[in-house]
Design a protein around this ligand. Structure first.
Ligand code: UDP
Length: 455
């Protein structure tokens, strides 16, 4: 760490793995630049404080029942958290500011700003009333963040129902999405998000800035377009794990036996499969994925999170003889050390749900992808992978064993796969350059540090 600069930053992540990882990464970056860090967090999905002895962690009650904590409905969870946490958060932040004011001598530190996820709706008015600048950290790409606000309008006016002939058409308001992707984003469940999105937009515009774990090399023109949309400073500081590895903020324990198993496999032969920390799948989808992998005859490492297959605890309902057949070629684990896995020489491809972190982790290790997005920003990330960067094969929502087997063979065994591999190597190098002295991520991070030091 650089010498302390006498400034403290307060971070407040949503209690979801996909939000905790980037926030803790940002904490490490800021700490390495001299800032002291306080993380306010809910008791639900609390980050492991012992992994970060240099940060201060303050827990607030979230009022969630045991049943609510187990829900797979992210929108319901967000609603409950926003309802329950407003007052504990206000109390906690007020006390922090008061105690910073009363410090004297060498101990004295100024609280520079609050940084939180856009999904915490109540934080902007609270920060404003306490005269504390607030910045938003987004776990999405800039492209998705700015375009998501058009979804309520698309739902109301245009896309439902859709003619068969229109399915592949590009969505003008939300490039490079196709109309069929929009249909999958605008499922019934997301309707309750419309008022939520209006509020996020208002709170974003009222904030003091937006931070993205992306960069111009990946997000192209969206960064300047977002500056125009929101009229606030925008910082694309690059994929977070490129600064520090994210494993220390993992809420689950990775199965370290993956690495010795990979050591025994041939170079670029293994397909790694994970659908992230939130998506749940049906048992029949799991079987299609597993048989597609097995039938491809390539070795595979498959992550099946506990509780992620609807209606079962883990994989206990799969008959023994099928597990034995799968184990001839593959390994099934509950959670993998993903970044180490993607770095491994044996990995030849990543069948992914295209969460943003998984997508950039794959780009940064030049591992080509097979895209199986399920919802929300994953649909857009997958389009970037398959249609814009052309560094992966999109399954186009066909969770069928034959399609999966075919995609694996195309990627690992055919010339098409070689071309994809060359393109992802070039993209990786481009992203790496953005961290160099004059690169966009380097410059943006420097601007962010200067900006929050100036408050
Ligand atoms: N991850 C991991 N082990 C696994 C599966 C995922 O460490 O077995 C990590 C992965 O490296 C990434 C994060 O969990 O940093 C998932 O984030 P992403 O944005 O891809 O998806 P989300 O979980 O938000 O849907």
């Amino acid at each position: 760490m650089e010498k302390s600069n006498g400034l403290r930053v307060i971070l407040f992540p949503l209690p979801l793995q996909g939000c905790i990882n980037p926030m803790i990464q940002l904490a490490k970056i800021l700490h390495s630049r001299g800032f002291s860090i306080t993380v306010i967090h809910t008791s639900f999905n609390a980050p492991k404080a012992s992994n970060h002895p240099l940060f201060t962690f303050l827990e607030i009650p979230d009022g969630l029942s045991e049943t609510e904590k187990r829900t797979n409905n992210t929108k319901l969870l967000l609603t409950l958290l926003n309802r329950n946490c407003e007052s504990p958060f206000r109390d906690c932040l007020t006390k922090l500011l008061q105690s910073a004011d009363s410090e004297t001598g060498e101990e004295k530190q100024r609280i520079s700003c609050l940084i939180n996820d856009s999904g915490w709706m109540f934080t902007q008015p609270i920060a404003q009333s306490l005269k504390l600048p607030r910045l938003v950290l987004s776990g999405f790409t800039v492209s998705f963040y700015r375009s998501q606000f058009v979804l309520p309008k698309l739902r109301r006016e245009v896309y439902l129902p859709l003619q068969d002939s229109e399915q592949e058409d590009l969505v003008q308001e939300f490039p490079p999405l196709r109309k069929k992707d929009i249909l999958r984003i605008l499922d019934v469940e997301t309707e309750i998000l419309d008022p939520f999105l209006d509020k996020v937009l208002k709170m974003t515009k009222a904030s003091s800035g937006l931070i993205f774990m992306s960069c111009e090399e990946l997000d192209q023109d969206s960064v300047s377009q977002a500056r125009n949309d929101f009229k606030i400073p925008i910082f694309g500081i690059g994929p977070s794990h490129s600064h520090f590895p994210a494993s220390s903020s993992s809420l689950s324990t990775p199965d370290e036996t993956c690495i010795p198993w990979l050591d025994k496999q041939a170079d670029r032969s293994v397909i790694y499969v994970s659908y992230g920390s939130i998506v749940t799948i049906s048992e029949s989808d799991l079987m299609e994925i597993a048989w597609g992998l097995r039938n491809s005859d390539q070795p595979f490492l498959l992550v099946v999170r506990v509780g992620s297959v609807r209606g079962t605890e883990w994989i206990e309902t799969i008959p023994e003889e099928i597990i034995a057949k799968l184990n001839e070629k593959g390994k099934i684990v509950k959670w993998a050390p993903q970044q180490d896995v993607l770095k491994h020489r044996a990995i030849g491809g990543f069948l992914t749900h295209n969460g943003w972190s998984s997508t950039v982790e794959s780009v940064c290790e030049a591992v080509p992808m097979i895209c199986l997005p399920f919802r929300w920003d994953q649909m857009l990330n997958a389009r970037f992978v398959s249609d814009v960067w052309m560094v992966g094969i999109n399954l186009e929502d066909r969770v069928e064993r034959n399609e999966i087997e075919r995609a694996i063979r195309r990627l690992l065994l055919e010339t098409e796969g070689e071309a994809i591999r060359e393109r992802i190597q070039l993209l990786k190098e481009k992203v790496e350059r953005s961290f160099g002295q004059n690169g966009s991520a380097y410059q943006s991070l420097q601007n962010l540090i200067d900006y929050i030091s100036s408050f």
